[in-house]
Design a binder for this molecule. Structure first.
Ligand code: ADP
Ligand code: MG
Length: 675
């Protein structure tokens, strides 16, 4: 497994000459592995003995109970065994196409196995060979399988490895035979028998003696490759997954310890002299949720130990105000604050909001993005707020008197970026905010080094938000509905799924859609927003929309995060099936922010019932947590967290969707080690 941080190689020369632990030995040093085989294994990511052991079988075949050919059922994947009684290659279409066929007989019936356009398959079989086949019957008269997986049984071979047992089937690469890899794995497991339980980080994991449920690591490795029973595979997987999670938790723990012993922060508890006038002028009362979170933040920031806190709150729950109050605490304490947003649009919006809030309090607010340079960046003055995109920090900017760094929409940044930020200058307090509810498994892994606060109640007085999934032929009706709402004073977003804003053809499509919408909504005004516009153009469009001079805003998914225009009550998303659920939930979060009733309309022509079912989840629930869990199950953690998330290691055995229990055990175990 790859650790979330690069390991720094030990500097002491003695370490370099120390003999390698046996499992770190290169596979090339094993008997029977020449340079060609070693290169093939390397293509599968196997370069050490340990890699070989951690090479998880793709599937298993129970060769104790294979089917009689006469019992094979159409459509059902199954293993059978037989002797080749006939074989041949047929070419047609002037030799450009071919079928190679073998006919197996096991005494009960005959089975035809065919390979299309793979003439070299004929080199692998001979009349009289005994063959295992795995596949599904596509026809019963005659019984036929196309492109089954096969393995020829060689006489005199170790039948106890390849035949009368449950055998592992591995992923292969060109030229590497299944049974060769299986044999190597078997022999190597035997050879390293005595080291399997005793080596490396894993020796500290609870073994069978303490853990009555799971086998020792050594047994688990044997079981994952050569299970005795079908149930062994899952038990072994769990044990090896536990080791992976323990390793990850140890890294998290180490990072935390290093940080806790070294880092000092400026105390930033504040004295309320700015907070009081801010709150009285705000125009609404903080919710109990917001107040509770602020209490946690104040307790952290009041100390000299730097805060590391994740603020989680569904879209529209009011995280920005909490950020503002936290910033005030730092400013009151004479420190500076930086606020980082993932997009320019959002940075601009924060800049406008915070200037409105902080201007009357005589707090200077500066904005820096890639297109706008702050005037006062080098100011050594205390008590300022710097708003920016990542450009703020990549410009080499060092926050003077760093009290607090706030990162909005944390999920849009990578873990590496987070670390980089935090290492800048002295140690500021850090508040990261995210609207992506984190399924608990990820909370304990990805964010294992952060304390978590949650805003779990929405502000009162919000209008109802309803969501509908509709086919594209309903669009005229939908447009009519939108016109009605605009006549009543409301505004609408129309989101077009050209997600990447990569220009070219996609830009043309958005522009064409723009012309259509302009006609459809005459005489109301339609604005267009996409990634190819200059910053100034984007700003102008957003300002027009905010001022209700633009009534319909056509946009790419650019507006996904953070944008806050409470008068907009309609979100129309075309080709909605092209988005992930969490992303749709974010987009939907742009509406339902004011007192009026809001409507989210998802247009989808997806014929695929799965895709429709997925979208229906949004019709049914507004609970971001449920949506995130559904998305995690459907699309995996990479999609949910965005491609940027570089912090998660690849697990061979661990499963972030299913293994909450193991992750908890790993964390408790690592904690107990340190007591
Ligand atoms: P998010 O958590 O998605 O960042 P915002 O901070 O943008 O949400 O808040 C959404 C809207 O709710 C904003 O218009 C904000 O002014 C408003 N808001 C925040 N807190 C409250 C509150 N306690 N009462 C009423 N409205 C609030
Ligand atoms: Mg926000």
């Amino acid at each position: 497994m790859s650790p979330p941080e690069n390991k720094i190689p030990p500097a002491h020369p003695a370490h370099r000459t120390a003999p390698k632990p046996p499992l770190q030995q290169p596979v090339g040093s094993l008997w029977g592995v020449g340079s060609e085989r070693a290169a093939q294994l390397a293509r599968l990511g196997i370069s050490t003995v340990e890699d070989l052991f951690l090479n998880r079988p793709r599937r298993y075949e129970d060769r104790r109970h294979f089917k009689k050919i006469s019992e094979l059922m159409k459509g059902e994947p199954a293993t059978a065994r037989g002797t080749i009684v006939a074989l041949g290659l047929k070419r047609f279409r002037h030799g450009t196409k071919s079928i190679f066929e073998i006919i197996l007989d096991d005494g009960t019936a005959r089975l035809h196995c065919r390979w299309w356009n793979l003439p070299f398959m004929q080199n692998y079989f001979a009349q009289g060979d005994e063959v295992f086949v795995f596949g599904r019957l596509i026809e019963t008269k005659p019984r036929t399988m196309d492109h089954p997986e096969t393995e020829v049984i060689e006489s005199g071979e170790e039948s106890f490895i390849h035949i009368a047992r449950i055998v592992p089937i591995y992923s292969l690469t060109e030229g590497l035979p299944q049974r060769w890899l299986r044999g190597l794995t078997w022999r190597t497991l035997e050879k390293f028998e005595s080291q399997l339980d005793s080596e490396g980080a894993q020796s500290k994991t609870p073994n069978a003696a303490q853990d009555t449920v799971l086998p020792s690591r050594g047994n688990a490795l044997r079981m994952i490759h050569f299970p005795e029973e079908l149930s062994d595979m899952e038990i072994a997987r769990q044990r090896l997954a536990l080791d992976e999670f323990i390793e990850l938790q140890r890294q998290i723990q180490l990072r935390r310890e290093k940080f806790e012993t070294n880092a000092k922060a400026l105390p930033c508890g504040g004295d309320n002299h700015l907070m009081r006038p801010f709150l009285s002028r705000l125009g609404f009362k903080l919710t109990d949720s917001q107040t509770a979170v602020l209490r946690e933040i104040r307790a952290d920031m009041g100390g000299t130990h730097p805060m590391r806190r994740l603020l989680q709150g569904d879209v529209g729950s009011g995280k920005t105000v909490v950020a503002a109050c936290s910033a005030l605490m730092a400013v009151e304490s004479g420190c500076n604050v930086a606020l980082m947003a993932p997009t320019e649009i959002l940075a601009e919006q924060h800049f406008t909001n915070f200037k409105g809030w902080f201007g009357p309090l005589d707090i200077q607010v500066e904005l820096q993005t890639s297109s706008r340079k702050a005037e006062n960046l080098a100011a050594s003055k205390a008590g300022m707020l710097f708003v920016g995109t990542h450009a703020l920090f990549s410009s080499g900017f060092d926050l003077p008197k760093p009290g607090l760094v706030i990162i909005d929409e944390q999920h849009k940044f990578g873990v590496a970026q987070r670390e980089q930020l935090v290492r800048k200058g002295n140690y500021p307090h850090v508040l990261v905010m995210t609207a992506t509810p984190i399924p608990r498994t990820l909370g304990l892994t990805l964010y294992g080094d952060l304390d978590i606060s949650v805003i779990d109640k929405m502000p009162a007085g919000r209008g109802k938000l309803q969501t509908f999934v509709r086919p594209a032929d309903k669009l005229p009706k939908v447009f009519e509905f939108i016109r009605e709402k605009i006549s009543a004073g409301r505004q609408a977003y129309v989101v077009y799924p050209r997600v990447e804003d990569s220009g070219g053809k996609e830009l043309k499509a958005v522009t064409a859609e723009f012309e259509n919408l302009k006609k459809a909504f005459m005489p109301f005004k339609v604005g267009l927003l996409h990634g190819k516009l200059s910053s100034r153009e984007k700003e102008t469009v957003m300002a027009g929309f905010r001022a209700n001079q633009i009534h319909v805003l056509l946009s790419t998914s650019l507006i996904e995060v953070g944008v806050d225009v409470p008068n907009a009550t309609i979100m129309l998303i075309e080709n909605a099936e092209q988005f992930g659920l969490a992303q749709l939930h974010q987009l939907r979060g742009r509406i339902g922010r004011g007192g009026h009733q809001s409507f989210c309309i998802l247009i989808s022509n997806a014929k695929n019932p799965e895709a429709r079912k997925r979208l229906m989840i949004l019709e049914e629930t507004a609970d971001g947590f449920k949506i995130a869990e559904a998305d995690l199950k459907l699309r995996g953690p990479g999609e949910l967290l965005g491609r940027e998330q570089s912090g998660l290691p690849k697990f061979h055995f661990g499963n972030l969707v299913e293994d909450l229990d193991l992750i908890r055990r790993a964390r408790d175990f690592v904690k107990s080690l340190n007591r």
